[in-house]
Design a protein around this ligand. Structure first.
Ligand SMILES: C[S@@+](CC[C@H](N)C(=O)[O-])C[C@H]1O[C@@H](n2cnc3c(N)ncnc32)[C@H](O)[C@@H]1O
Length: 242
């Protein structure tokens, strides 16, 4: 048996504590240390709010900061620091969890940590537990079935060059568009051009108590919506091919 502790990368769902898996709850109550990510030292950790109601055993909670920057060099420093902090805990024989919103292997910062640990500490045991992704929670909340039969689905993190979504609208039956944020206006223009604005739904902060907002038919968006939609927003488009 290894003298080292184990790391559990745990997907904790999109916001509602009741969307945690039973396994996630059990593991969170079994580990010595729980690492929670946040994007700035003074920002509230959403992840922490989700898990707190189910914690019955007092694990030590440690916050790890991952800034919202695209500067690869800058991010590398934070991932390396996080990996060495986590490795230190496991090498001391303690078990730890790293919690992450939605699913851990779906566009999550956890993947960088996971890769760093695999590269630099292959001796350490890392187990990943799936979570309910915001993409699936958004579709359920909006009442939009993602796919049936032979339908094809594309998941697209929206890039600055919005026109790149055009071929996906032609090829797929459903588009799940992530990372909409300040690109909503451009997305709306592209969907209007394709005649698909009424087929699209915007879901903001799905399953986050009091903050969830769902707008069916994007012709209804107000000027404020176009200016203020936040990072935790997803657009689902049915292209009605079948
Ligand atoms: C970096 S990805 C993380 C996805 C996450 N791992 C998951 O499985 O839900 C962030 C993007 O996911 C979507 N997202 C995350 N949480 C959300 C929420 N509560 N409501 C709506 N969309 C959300 C947004 O499109 C956001 O820009």
């Amino acid at each position: 048996m290894s003298k080292f502790g184990k790391l559990y990368g745990i997907g904790i769902g999109p916001g509602d504590t009741e969307l945690l898996t039973i396994k996630a709850k059990n593991v969170l109550n079994s580990v010595d240390v729980i690492f929670t990510p946040r994007s700035a030292p003074k920002r509230d950790s959403i992840a922490r709010k989700i898990i707190e109601p189910v914690l019955s055993v007092r694990a030590q909670i440690r916050e790890l900061t991952f800034p919202m920057t695209k500067d690869r060099g800058e991010l590398e420093k934070y991932w390396a620091a996080a990996a060495s902090e986590v490795a230190g805990i496991l090498q001391g024989g303690k078990n730890a969890a790293f919690v992450t919103l939605g699913d851990p292997f779906f566009y999550s910062t956890y993947i960088y940590l996971y890769r760093k640990l695999k590269e630099e500490h292959p001796e350490l045991n890392v187990v990943t537990l799936p979570g309910i992704s915001s993409a699936f929670a958004s579709a359920s909340a909006a009442g939009v079935p993602i796919a049936i039969g032979d339908e094809k689905v594309a998941v697209i993190p929206l890039s600055r060059d919005i026109r790149t979504i055009r071929p996906y609208l032609d090829m797929f039956d459903t588009l799940i568009i992530l990372k909409v944020g300040d690109k909503l206006r451009g997305l709306v223009e592209a969907l209007a051009e394709a005649g698909l604005l009424t087929n699209a739904v915007l879901v903001q902060k799905v399953s986050q108590a009091g903050d969830e907002r769902i707008i069916h038919d994007l012709t209804k968006l107000t000027e404020d919506d176009l200016n203020e939609v936040g990072y935790l927003s997803t657009v689902i488009v049915k292209t009605d091919k079948q």
